[in-house]
Design a protein around this ligand. Structure first.
Ligand SMILES: NC(=O)C1=CN([C@@H]2O[C@H](COP(=O)(O)OP(=O)(O)OC[C@H]3O[C@@H](n4cnc5c(N)ncnc54)[C@H](O)[C@@H]3O)[C@@H](O)[C@H]2O)[C@@H](O)CC1
Ligand SMILES: Nc1ncnc2c1ncn2[C@@H]1O[C@H](COP(=O)(O)OP(=O)(O)O)[C@@H](O)[C@H]1O
Ligand SMILES: [K+]
Length: 505
């Protein structure tokens, strides 16, 4: 699914009006009806509802919603925030229609007009929508502050009033903090960004049947992965396949005290369909790995003997291993940053000809030795969390600047970068970003990133295109986390639970 910018959203509305064709006021009515359908599913008709409307089309939506809820006998009060002398045409039309059916339209011109909002009230925020062009001020921001202070449930129509759709807000901006945002047709870029969490709440899309062909043709670098899109990426298995069909992956993982990372990555790799797996761990991990992951072959690094105490602390690499014997390599989880590990990484990269997966301390080592980044095989997948990405690049002032840095980095090094977190962002070498739609805060626990590395390594080994592997991999990883959360709640989820919940169908 595409994410369009605010100018494109405006053109999309116009295109729908022209091509369907449909009168603007009827499109607004359709939007209001879809909102009301959701509302009646979630709140009983006894719900005391206060609808705050601005003077543009978002306010027009609010007025239409008010009329439709009154028809369904909800106790509704309407508050129009009169911050300017002019209203939009569709606002005025809906205002006239509403006045014919209710007396309960109130006007807010000064703070004394702002009503008390009580605990069981539900507030619908239709003050400002995607037409926001400057920070809120005066009576608009006073009303927003009053709504934010109130103990009521708040639902924003399309987008929280005061939140920009696709540009940064300043930290001093006054913005509605909703419990829900019900947004029309397509997600807004603002919903993908961590700093906006308080201004988005639980967001959902309402399908108002905007012009599909316009959306199909609209150019954008931003996408939001839908379940059917992810499923289409999945390779079907042929009846006469054998383990050789699905690649031989090599994982370079683990160090003393971090063999668990190796076990998790290996188990996830096997659960993601790899044909054969070899895991290279330091000598100290040999027995652990062979016992806990019997399906994997283990190639212990013989430099290391923890019993004598003379062993190197890190992951110096096993000279008997030839990278060209493997379909791909996953490197990083638990390897540490010892000098011999750095030497291994620096020696390995120039010898590689196929894309690999780079995670965790391999990324931190690259951050400290940025000249080695140029040796990454093209189309490799890097999986930094935000702190690792900052080490690889620089500090950003806001989430939008972070997206620019992310796209530039992926383009410069011709790699796929998965910036992990809620709505993990997959940046492609072509400069696009695919935001993930699965996952939950239960995944914020040690080891889930190692699981992702195992998944991605398995997908590359099976011959998936690296961008498709990244999009499908983060989607399936998040979905596994969602299955676990559904069964036992997000708190207490472990990385092993996520592996067990992986399903490829
Ligand atoms: N055009 C359409 O066909 C549809 C539009 N829809 C609704 O229309 C909304 C967009 O409507 P508009 O473009 O009228 O935008 P808004 O309703 O956000 O209002 C924009 C108006 O407010 C003013 N304004 C901007 N920032 C302000 C601020 N900080 N303080 C005070 N005034 C400010 C602008 O100058 C403009 O006059 C969407 O969010 C959605 O809710 C929906 O009805 C779906 C269909
Ligand atoms: N709040 C969240 N919502 C969705 N996914 C999350 C959230 N927190 C973490 N994750 C996911 O969990 C994984 C954590 O990876 P990482 O930070 O590398 O952990 P570790 O290094 O312990 O394995 C990533 O895939 C990330 O996207
Ligand atoms: K709004």
């Amino acid at each position: 699914m595409k994410i369009l910018n605010v100018d494109q959203i405006r053109s999309l509305d116009q295109s729908t009006i022209q091509h369907e064709p449909i009168a603007p006021i009827n499109l607004m009515e359709r939007a209001a009806l879809t909102f009301v359908d959701w509302f009646v599913d979630h709140f009983p008709s006894t719900t005391k509802t206060k609808i705050f409307c601005g003077l543009g089309n978002n306010g027009g939506d609010g007025l239409a919603i008010a009329r439709l809820l009154l028809e369904r006998e909800y106790p509704v009060d309407i508050f129009v925030v009169r911050y300017a002398p002019r209203e939009s045409d569709d606002f005025m039309h809906n205002h006239r229609r509403l006045k014919l059916v209710t007396e309960r339209v109130h006007y807010i011109e000064s703070t004394t007009d702002i009503p008390a909002i009580r605990h069981h009230d539900v507030v619908i925020d239709a003050i400002l929508g995607s037409g926001l062009s400057r920070p809120t001020e005066g009576i608009v921001s006073d009303t927003i502050k009053a709504i934010n202070r109130a103990p009521a449930t708040v639902i924003s129509v399309d987008i929280a009033s005061g939140l920009y759709t696709d540009q940064p807000n300043s930290p001093t901006d006054v913005i509605i903090e909703p419990d829900y945002t019900l947004s029309f047709q397509l997600p807004k870029l603002a919903f993908m960004l961590p700093k906006n969490e308080p201004y988005v709440g639980d967001w959902q899309l309402l399908d108002i049947r905007l012009h599909k062909r316009f959306i199909d043709l609209a150019p954008t670098p931003y996408y939001f992965t839908q379940p059917d899109e992810a499923r289409l990426l999945l390779h079907k298995r042929k009846r006469f396949s054998n383990k050789g069909t699905f690649g031989h992956a090599l994982l370079l993982v683990g160090s003393y005290g971090k063999i668990g990372a190796a076990v998790l990555a290996a188990r996830a790799c096997l659960r993601s369909g790899v044909g054969l797996l070899t895991v290279q761990v330091p000598q100290c991990g040999y027995t652990i790995l062979q016992t806990s992951v019997p399906e994997a072959m283990c190639s212990p690094d013989r430099h290391q003997n923890v019993l004598t105490g003379t062993a190197p602390a890190g992951h110096p690499g096993n000279e008997s291993i030839d990278p060209s014997d493997y379909s791909t390599i996953g490197i990083g989880p638990g390897i540490g940053k010892a000098p011999e590990t750095l030497a291994m990484l620096k020696g390995l990269l120039p010898t590689l000809k196929k894309p690999i997966v780079v995670d965790a301390d391999a990324l931190n080592l690259l951050a400290e030795n940025r000249e080695a980044l140029a040796n990454l095989p093209k189309n490799s997948i890097l999986t930094p969390h935000p702190k690792e990405f900052e080490r690889l690049t620089k500090k950003w002032n806001d989430d939008y600047e972070k997206l620019t840095i992310l796209r530039d980095f992926a383009k410069k090094y011709q790699v796929v970068v998965i910036l992990k977190g809620a709505h993990s962002a997959v940046a492609t070498p072509g400069g696009d970003i695919h935001f993930n739609s699965t996952g939950n805060p239960g995944l914020s626990t040690g080891g889930t990133g190692d699981v992702l590395t195992g998944i991605l390594t398995a997908l590359l080994a099976q011959g998936y295109d690296p961008v498709e592997a990244a999009v499908l991999g983060v989607f399936s990883h998040g979905l596994a986390g969602d299955r676990v959360a559904q069964q036992r709640g997000p708190i207490g989820m472990t990385a092993s639970d996520v592996i067990d919940a992986l399903r490829w169908e």
